[in-house]
Design a protein around this ligand. Structure first.
Ligand SMILES: [Zn+2]
Length: 268
């Protein structure tokens, strides 16, 4: 399929707010699921996603190129995108997150390891969770794709936030690795899981929260999760467990937040 045809299909099936970004990005046809399974058309409601015949995971039909994704998550794109979608600013999120999600995540994390455990948050965003964990006595590190945000959060919270998708080295390892609203963005799912695994201590645990949708009805109810520019994979319970299990890790549901499961990941 030619690039121009891909963009025509994307433009036809996306909302107004995404169209200007599509014009600036390059896409390639996604041929296989992360599990190696064949991707086939899924449902008429979701023209931009295919379903894996093997594991049931949903994949974007057209994946932004690596370079386009890097640009997308760089400040200019990201802030413009957030503004288009009337998302709260970093400052507003820093305050607002404490009201709904952060106390709940802290409860689950306390169940995994007590302070002064070493915590890494992948894609830490505004850094509020790390800031609170630091106050509670945890030894915290963050990574963030947006270099400006990484620097800003380091300054604001006193927690070292590296720029990138993971810390450059596997040393040190961590007792807890937090992955919130991040897994669905990772182009290479197996590589992402290996990156988590290689940075977990022998008794280390991951805390993962991402969209997991098992039925078409649930997918329609939460269709805003299907953002074809950034949510590259939408797991089912089956595909989520398979992903971690294939890497020699176990996934155990520990709770639910915003109607999506929260999992603890452990080494078997
Ligand atoms: Zn699959």
């Amino acid at each position: 399929m030619r690039a121009i045809q891909i963009k025509e299909i994307l433009l036809e099936h996306t909302t107004e707010g995404l169209r200007s970004f599509i014009g600036m990005m390059d896409f390639e046809l996604t041929t296989h699921c992360w599990c190696g399974g064949r991707l086939a058309p899924w449902a008429p409601e979701f023209a931009l996603y295919h379903q894996c015949a093997e594991c049931g995971c949903k994949s974007v039909r057209f994946r932004p190129s690596t370079q386009s994704l890097q640009r997308f998550y760089s400040s200019a794109y990201w802030y413009e995108y957030q503004q288009v979608h009337k998302c709260p600013t970093v400052e507003e999120r820093f305050e607002g997150d404490m009201l709904d999600r952060v106390p709940l995540y802290i409860n689950w994390l306390r169940g995994l390891a007590e302070p002064p455990a070493k915590v890494l948050e992948v894609g830490c965003g505004n850094g509020r969770l790390l800031f609170e964990l630091k106050q509670a006595g945890y030894d915290c590190t963050g990574v963030e794709m947006d270099s400006n945000l990484a620097a800003l959060v380091t300054k604001k919270t006193g927690v070292l936030v590296h720029h990138g998708s993971f810390p450059a080295e596997n040393d040190p390892v961590y007792d807890i690795i937090v992955v919130i609203d991040v897994l669905e963005h990772a182009p290479d799912q197996r590589d992402f899981v290996q990156n988590v695994k290689s940075r977990l201590s022998s008794s280390g645990k991951g805390l993962v929260h991402c969209p997991v949708l098992d039925t078409l009805e649930a997918s329609i109810q939460f269709r805003h999760m299907f953002n074809p520019l950034s949510h590259l994979w939408i797991h089912t319970s089956e595909s989520f467990h398979k992903l971690w299990h294939d890497a020699g890790l176990t996934a155990l549901k520990v709770g639910e937040l915003f109607n999506m499961p929260v999992y603890a990941i452990g080494k078997t």
